[in-house]
Design a protein around this ligand. Sequence first.
Ligand SMILES: N[C@@H](CCC(=O)N[C@@H](CS)C(=O)NCC(=O)O)C(=O)O
Length: 215
Amino acid sequence: MSMTLFGYYRSSASYRIRIVLNLKGLPWNYEAVLLNRGEQQQEGFLSRNPSGLVPVLESGNASLSQSLAIAEFIDEIHPDPALLPANSIERARVREIMGIIACDVHPLQNLRVLNWLREELDASDAQVTAWIHRWISSGFVAIESLLEQHNSDDQFCVGTTPTLADALLIPQVYNARRFALDLAPFPRLCAIDTHCQSLAAFADASPERQPDAPQ
Ligand SMILES: N[C@@H](CCC(=O)N[C@@H](CS)C(=O)NCC(=O)O)C(=O)O
């Protein structure tokens, strides 16, 4: 079944799905939705996702939004290699990290939220940056502490193979660097980032390697 990902090179939620598709070794087509031009709010795209957010995955006749739902869908229909551990505690640990990133951090530094801070609350660039740092830091403090308690090898967030937790963490680290957050307090998280970036599935998914990235 052919799959098309509607995304944007710098969208970390789209980046998650690129990693998942690459880890599964699946072929996929890419359609850029240029968030910098507001294409996510145009009628053509809203008919695919009324939330006006990327990513959207088209798989056969189905059109799916929400990166976590998409990631688990891909993992279910292409079970090998599994991106959720078989062990229930480890599976919950993966979802724990996914929850911190997808629920507690990412929504607070999304484009529409930052635009609202600027346009409606008149926040300055420095205030917006402080806001972004505040929320990424508190999520990373929690993840670093979880890694310290449960992770022994600093290669992946949970266990000895890539999971959905890594597919969410690496794009969030990219975002943190993009907004110049000091990552020195998060050595374990950075070690996992370094290791994952050495793998083609992660490196090929990086924003600068996407066709809509500025050349
Ligand atoms: N919960 C959604 C979040 C999607 C999301 O926030 N996408 C961002 C890019 S990372 C977006 O499309 N932003 C456009 C906007 O804010 O207008 C998911 O996981 O798919």
